[in-house]
Design a protein around this ligand. Structure first.
Ligand code: AMP
Length: 292
């Protein structure tokens, strides 16, 4: 166990993590877990603050999980800066950073995958990122069982991931409360993401159209327009605005993730689109027709 910044310790092994959490438990302190891949921004820190509002101790994890990246995805290029991340976590009041090596998480012979079935993983990002949610479910289930916190915090920005985590935690009887935290956005509405750093200044200006068009489209559907033409118009506007590829623009139920053709209670608008080599995702609620 080492100290990176005032108040923040670092654990690199499961044994060190468990030792620290056990000491807290012996003092009857409650523990919140915040799994991340690092390159931390205010969105991640809002999860730390949510944990500290409900728990006595906050444990952040940083692990760039090779199992959730496809062979053509950005695992090698993913931004890594442990010292900067540790300083941010200390500033937000986190108590412990758990940052294991790949060998610590997946020792030789590791052969078990946690995989959540339909319909949660068959739509939205599922078809575009084969194996991604199994990689997420495998690593998050390990982190939950390694730390055994009272609560674990996930961003609503990755809505499908949040539903997948809630489902396997329930299905596997993992005794941890899964908490969703609202999306933190930049001044122009773009959802904060570690991958935003990949964009050039010009691409970043193009990106602002995504939240703007999502809000417009959500308003249109909430006013009673059928979804299909509104979603098609949004895709066309993204393309004419400089997005280079659209994976999906979809209206779906927020709990089941099944597609919807009109606004309904619990409906959300979901989008994933590319600007050059940067893939952006976002989602927002769509109130039922007639809601104030
Ligand atoms: P990542 O490091 O991208 O894997 O994200 C770690 C956690 O932070 C996940 O639960 C994300 O959903 C959450 N997160 C990422 N971006 C945001 C954001 N803009 N607002 C709130 N939570 C976020």
């Amino acid at each position: 166990m080492s100290h990176a910044a005032p108040g923040l310790s670092i654990a690199r092994t499961v044994a060190a993590l468990r030792e620290r959490v056990a000491a807290w438990r012996a003092e009857r302190l409650t523990v919140g877990l915040i799994p991340t891949m690092g390159a931390l921004h205010e969105g991640h820190l809002s999860l730390v603050r949510a944990a500290l509002a409900q728990c006595d101790r906050a444990v952040a994890t940083i692990f760039v999980n090779p199992k959730q990246f496809g062979p053509k995805e950005d695992f090698a290029a993913y931004p890594r800066d442990e010292a900067a991340d540790a300083a941010k976590l200390a500033g937000a009041g986190a108590h412990l950073l758990f940052t294991p090596s790949v060998a610590e998480m997946y020792p030789d012979g590791h052969a078990t995958t946690v995989s959540v079935g339909s319909p949660l993983t068959e739509g939205l990002c599922g078809p575009f990122r084969p194996g991604h949610f199994a990689g997420v479910a495998t690593v998050v289930s390990k982190l939950l069982l390694q730390a055994l916190p009272d609560r674990a915090y996930f961003g609503e920005k990755d809505w499908q991931q949040l539903q997948v985590v809630k489902r396997f935690a329930r299905d596997l009887d993992i005794p941890v409360a899964i908490e969703g935290v609202p999306t933190m956005r930049e001044g122009d509405g773009l959802a904060m993401s570690s991958r935003n750093a990949y964009m050039s200044a010009g691409e970043r200006r193009v990106a602002a159209a995504l939240p703007r068009l999502m809000n417009e489209t959500a308003r249109r559907i909430a006013a009673g327009d059928p979804a299909a033409p509104a979603l098609e118009a949004m895709s066309a506007s993204l393309t004419s605005g400089g997005f280079t590829a659209i994976d999906y623009v979809t209206l779906a139920d927020g709990a089941t993730l099944r597609g919807l053709d009109r606004a309904a209670q619990g409906a959300r608008l979901f989008a994933a689109a590319w600007i050059g080599r940067t893939r952006l995702i976002d989602n927002i609620p769509v109130p039922p027709v007639g809601a104030p």
